[in-house]
Write a protein that binds this ligand. Structure first.
Ligand code: PMP
Length: 422
């Protein structure tokens, strides 16, 4: 209903040839053909403010990324079994953004592969299999990562006897000290894994809990749980696929807000501004132990072309001061949203860190209201602003524009949001 003939045709052909597993965003699906900075354009030339795309994190089609990829693509593209100065140089540059202990990098093409490899490394190091994740986590699409992604369907625990889940540290709903509360849940599952004879290999955690509903505060609530995992001989894997590369404003990496030291950090999405590069940074002792006993090869992972993109992204983040911009623009957005929420009963909570912001919709007695969230997402799309919704209940707006956004676009977003929720 209400779709143009072209949209309806594409939707039908897509459904026929790609099947039903892939979802489309928005009641009126978008056909995007071009992007520039914080804007994307559809096939009819209509412009949208992209408040959602954390992959094109330094801005759509950033000229420095486009130029770096084009230049390298016309020189050579090979794999990591040849020497390449730029690949080594990027790895050195990347580990330089981490605390000294995290000094070794490995490259993959996707965040799923990075998490999957992190699991193998953690299991090899600990000699145990057990993994703990939050109950609405998303960590990827390989067989093991699908099991670690209860947000994608209820198969995880059935398929993976080594998996345990804990409720997410929900800043809005949990009363009392969040760090203690979360640590107690983690300890219960550590004990359960031990009692089952499986034992804990790792706590795998998204440092901003995106699919659990975006849970940023109050830091350092992750620290007590991390300490318990380490005390039990398990490793801490920080999944920075979403929060990494400056999005949270305070620093390059989300875990740093919690004052803790992961054993392995995984990353992806914004790493190449859309080129398929992802990876891990870990303590060298883990990489040494793994590499002594096992080998790893990834045909496309960390090739010179995707590395050229990744190097350009790191350079742009620094040269355009995007971490500071994320903090400043995120603060502006949070303040504006809180003002709007003040007069909107349907908004129960506004929370965020840098340019990762969640707005939670609730009913009159505080119960989750996903219908309103979905209505707002679709209305915003019809107002030319792209966002989505997330969380255990699907009632939290997910707002994460490119880190390069300026105050005029933040204010435009707030105006549109005001008119949609009013
Ligand atoms: N971890 C998190 C937190 C993610 O959000 C995602 C992707 N949505 C992944 C891992 C998997 O990344 P990819 O899609 O690149 O495999």
């Amino acid at each position: 209903a209400g779709l143009s003939a072209r949209t309806r045709e594409l939707v039908e052909r897509r459904r026929r040839v790609l099947g039903p597993a892939y979802h489309l965003m928005y009641e009126t699906p978008l056909e995007l053909v071009r992007g520039e900075g914080v804007h994307v354009y559809d096939a009819d030339g209509a412009r949208y403010l992209d408040m959602y795309n954390n992959v094109a994190s330094v801005g759509h089609c950033h000229p420095r990324v486009v130029e770096a990829v084009t230049r390298q693509m016309s020189l050579i593209n090979t794999h990591t079994r040849y020497l390449h100065d730029a690949v080594i140089g990027y790895a050195e540059d990347l580990v330089g953004t981490f605390p000294d202990e995290l000094d070794t990098a490995m490259f993959t093409c996707t965040g799923s592969e990075a998490n999957d490899l992190a699991l193998r490394i953690a299991r090899h190091a600990t000699g145990r299999q057990g993994i703990i994740v939050t109950e609405s986590a998303y960590h990827g699409g390989t067989v093991d990562m699908a099991a670690c992604s209860p947000s994608m369907g209820p198969t995880s625990v059935r398929d993976a006897p080594w998996l345990r889940t804990v409720p997410a540290p929900d800043t809005y709903r949990v009363e009392g000290d969040l760090g203690t509360w979360f640590a107690e849940h983690v300890q219960t599952q550590i004990d359960d894994l031990a009692a089952s004879g499986i034992g804990i290999a790792a706590l795998l955690i998204d440092s901003i809990f995106v699919s659990d509903g975006i849970l940023p505060e109050p830091t350092p609530f992750l620290k007590p749980a991390a300490d318990l995992v380490h005390a039990a001989g398990g490793l801490l894997i920080a999944d920075e696929v979403q929060p990494g590369f400056g999005r949270l404003g305070a620093s390059m990496w989300g875990f740093e807000r919690h004052g803790l030291m992961p054993d392995i950090v995984t990353m992806g999405k914004p790493m190449g501004n859309g080129m398929p590069i992802a990876g891990l940074v870990m303590q060298s002792s883990l990489a040494e132990q793994f590499g002594r006993d096992l080998r790893y090869f990834n045909t496309f992972g960390g090739n010179p072309v995707t590395i050229a993109a990744a190097q350009a992204v790191l350079d742009v983040i620094r040269d355009e001061d995007l971490v500071a911009n994320s903090a400043a623009m995120g603060g502006r957005m949070l303040a504006g949203l809180r003002e709007i929420a003040h007069n909107a009963d349907a908004i129960g909570d506004v929370r965020g860190a840098g340019l990762f912001v969640g707005v939670e919709f609730v009913g009159s007695s505080g119960e989750p209201d996903p219908d309103t969230a979905i209505r707002v997402v679709n209305d915003m799309r019809n107002h030319g602003v792209l966002i989505s919704a997330t969380g255990l209940y699907g009632n939290t707006l997910k707002i994460r524009p490119p880190l390069s956004i300026g105050s005029a676009d933040i204010d435009y977003f707030l105006e549109q949001f005001q008119s949609v929720v009013a």
